[in-house]
Each structure stands twice: as C-alpha cells, then as structure tokens.
Design a protein around this ligand. Structure first.
Ligand code: GUN
Ligand code: ZN
Length: 438
C-alpha cells in the first residue's frame, strides 16, 4: 500500500485508550469518542483521528472525504481463539466436547491433507471473518503443515495481521492426523517461512494435553524458549470429561495447568482456550506468567461445557480475552460473541457492560496478544484496521436506537441485537476488504 495515499472518512468514531473499568460509565480518559469525527489514513496506517470540526481546515483543498455520517467506526474486532479448519462443521448437532471431536472435528480436519481444500477454506474463512468485522485472529490450522501455508498465503495476499499455527498431535487421534516426530520439524519450517513475515506471526499449537505426549509438549516448549516472539495456543480445562482424562494421563502432575507449566508452555504470549474449571491458585499462576484465557462463550454454551467465571478472573488478576472458537462456537461475529458473553455472565450474576465488551473485543484482546502497539485502537501510527458499523442495518435496530439516549445504550443494543448485517465495511491495512452492499 502506497504510504503517501491519504484517505479521509467522516463518521462517529469510538475507540478505547485503556480499560474503561466495570462501572456503568467508562473511567475518565479511557474512551475516545467523536460524534462527528474524522479518521485520516496515510497508506496502511492511521495518520490522525479527531473531531471533524477541528481537523477539516487541515485537509488539502481537493480532498475527497468519504461521508459516513450516521455510521459508527470502531477498531477491527479481534478473535483470540478460532479454528479455520472447522468452518464447515459449525452447528454439528450434539453432545459434549470429546464426542464432538471424534464424531465431527477429526474427520473434518482429515480433509486438509488436500491443499486445494485448504486454500478454498482459507479464503472462505477469511471472507466470513471480514464480513463479520474481525480483522485479526489467533487461528488453529489442522495438523497438516500445508493447511498453515495455505492460510498464511491467503492472509498475506489480503495484508492481514494474523496469528496461525499447525496443530501438534502425536497420540489419541486418528492416524491420518497424528504427526509424531515430524510435527516439531514442520513447525520449525513454518516459523522460518512465515513468522514475522509482513503482518503474520506463528503460534505454536499443541492441540491439548490429551493428544500430545510429554515429549512433544517439551519440544514445543523448547521452540518457545528459543524464540520469545512466538505465540502459544492450546486448550485448558474446558470440559469435565477432559479433566478426568488429563488426570489419568498425567498422574504425576499437580493439576491440568501444571502439565503445561512443566513443558514450559505458560508465558506472556500464551493463550489457553476456555479455562472454565480452574481454581484461584491456577488463575493466579496464569496471572503471574502473564498468560491469558480465551473466553469462548458461544462455544461453551453450544457444547454445554460450563460458565466461565469473569469475576474470579478479575479478582485473581488473570487476563482473559473474547473468542469465537469456531467450529464449536456458533457465531463468527464479535457482536454474537459479546451477546453470548453477556448471557453467560447473567447466569453467574456477572453482567457485562457494553464498555467492557467492546473494549475487550478490540484493545483488550490486542493487549493480551501483545499486539497493542499495532492494532486495537484508532490513534496515530496504528495500523488502519477498522469496522464501519451501520446502526440502522435492520428496522428493529432503528426502532431500538430511537429509545437510546446515550452512547452506552446504543453500544449495548448493538451488542445484543446486531449481527453481520451491521458490518457495513471492514478495512484492514488501510484497504476496504469487505463492503456489505457490493
Ligand atoms: N479441545 C481440543 N481440541 C478442541 C477443539 O477443536 N475445539 C474445542 N472446543 N475444544 C478442543
Ligand atoms: Zn478451540
């Protein structure tokens, strides 16, 4: 993208400079809100953001200003845990985690041995993601290294900021999906080819403790020790059957988290999906290491896994992020994830404000992934990844908005009622990558 090209967009703009807190109103100084704002891009980055009336006199006389008054611009949504290879098994009926993995997930992931399939699904997934307003995700491939090459290639073409990894699995899975000794060598090759290339990063990806031997997890830990810029993604304490299985497989470990600690997998760039069944001791250990739990509410409801405890996370200082966990999750849209997070919260007496929700989906998720110097805010020098939201995308939303008097009420109505139809445009790297009405 030519760094000298100016783009000017006039719209309402909302971005969080820091955590707004839990109160009904955001803490002073945490919210940048311009009801008639201007977003000024230079190439792939944000040049400046402010009130239109303050900035309009600085615009060159022949500037074309894209006029999106009536629409709302926010930073692109971030999804910290998602499986692109499971797109086609979303909404597969039935039962709980371990059966669902055997009945649907593993057979589906076998299809990614075929490179053409991996390419087609990479592009289909990115189309869906951008249509839902998500501009960055931390993504599981399958255990085939080609599934990750295909995904990185598709992301690079679109100039997206994305984290991906090849699943490591050397036991308790179908033969066609197990990698054995080659899994680490394949990961090293992918790291060499892709990590730090343009906006792409590698996330070391042991699926979860039951499908990796101690030898494989130790080797994954060695990769992380060797390069502190790598990310780590896996699953932790999602389901009670899974807990029993881990206890049986690792009788010498104090608890599930200790299995990962002993392999050197718990650090500031580690994301553990779910973390429903943790005690406060485990939460504090995660907090001490700066790791985060990806809260995947629509997945947890779909698989009947359980209710994530946000309050306990906050009290112990454990970071958590918001994620779709497609294909167990039922919604690629960030709005859908927040709606499910609100509902899970309500069942535990822990309602979620729209401030917390949208901060989490943007700046909060970026921070937990150590990407907050690049994305998650609309501010000078940040990468130009953002969504243009149409608050009138449905007649119902328009009716509801008429009863709203504050920004907080409008954001909450979006969180509960909006879906991908409200994503008017999605921009990434200064490029409009999705427009609803095309
Ligand atoms: N645990 C291990 N693998 C998976 C997976 O693919 N999805 C979910 N939800 N949990 C897992
Ligand atoms: Zn998952």
């Amino acid at each position: 993208m030519n760094s000298s090209i100016d783009t000017f967009i006039r719209a309402e703009i909302v971005s969080f400079t820091r955590d707004p807190g839990d109160a009904d109103l955001p803490q002073p100084g945490s919210l940048a809100h311009y009801s008639d704002g201007l977003l000024w891009l230079k190439g792939s980055r944000i040049h400046t953001v402010g009130h239109y009336s303050d900035l309009s006199h600085q615009l060159p006389s022949d500037s074309h200003v894209i006029d999106y008054r009536g629409k709302l611009i926010m930073p692109g949504f971030i999804d910290t845990h998602v499986h692109y290879v499971q797109l086609d098994i979303m909404a597969s009926y039935g039962r709980q985690l371990l059966d669902w993995l055997n009945d649907y997930t593993f057979p589906e992931e076998c299809r990614f041995a075929n490179h053409a399939h991996a390419e087609a699904l990479s592009n289909a997934f990115l189309d869906e993601m951008l249509r839902s307003g998500t501009t960055t995700a931390q993504v599981f491939g399958s255990s085939h290294p080609g599934s990750v090459d295909a995904f990185f290639t598709a992301c690079q073409k679109r100039q997206l900021r994305m984290l991906v990894g090849k699943v490591l699995m050397d036991r308790n899975a179908p033969d066609a999906l197990m990698d054995g000794i080659s899994g680490i060598a394949d990961s090293e090759r992918l790291i060499e080819d892709w990590h730090g290339n343009d906006r792409l990063g590698y996330s070391v990806t042991p699926r979860f403790a039951p499908t990796s031997t101690k030898i494989q997890m130790d080797a994954a830990g060695a990769l992380l020790r060797n390069d502190s810029t790598l990310w780590l993604q896996t699953h932790l304490a999602e389901n009670s059957g899974e807990l029993d299985w881990v206890a049986e497989l690792f009788p010498g470990s104090q608890d599930y988290l200790a299995v990962y600690e002993e392999a050197g997998l718990v650090g500031p760039r580690s994301t553990f999906a779910h973390g429903i069944y943790l005690d406060n001791g485990m939460r504090r250990r995660l907090a001490d290491r700066g790791a985060n739990i990806a809260f995947c509410p629509s997945s947890n409801l779909f698989l009947g896994s359980g209710l994530f405890d946000r309050e306990a996370a906050k009290q112990t200082g454990m970071a958590f992020t918001y994620a779709s966990d497609i294909g167990a999750g039922t919604d690629l849209s960030g709005f859908g994830t927040l709606k499910a997070a609100y509902q899970v919260g309500q069942l535990g007496g822990q309602p979620l404000t729209a401030w917390q929700g949208f901060y989490g989906l943007t700046h909060g998720n970026a921070k937990a992934l150590s990407l907050d110097s690049h994305i998650g805010q609309l501010a000078p020098t940040y990468e130009a990844d953002f969504v243009v939201i149409d608050p009138n995308s449905t007649a119902l939303l328009t009716r509801r908005a008429k009863h709203c008097t504050t920004l907080g009420e409008r954001l909450f109505a979006l969180m509960m009622l909006a879906d991908d139809r409200a994503i008017y445009e999605t921009w990434a790297g200064g490029i409009c990558q999705h427009r609803r009405d095309l």
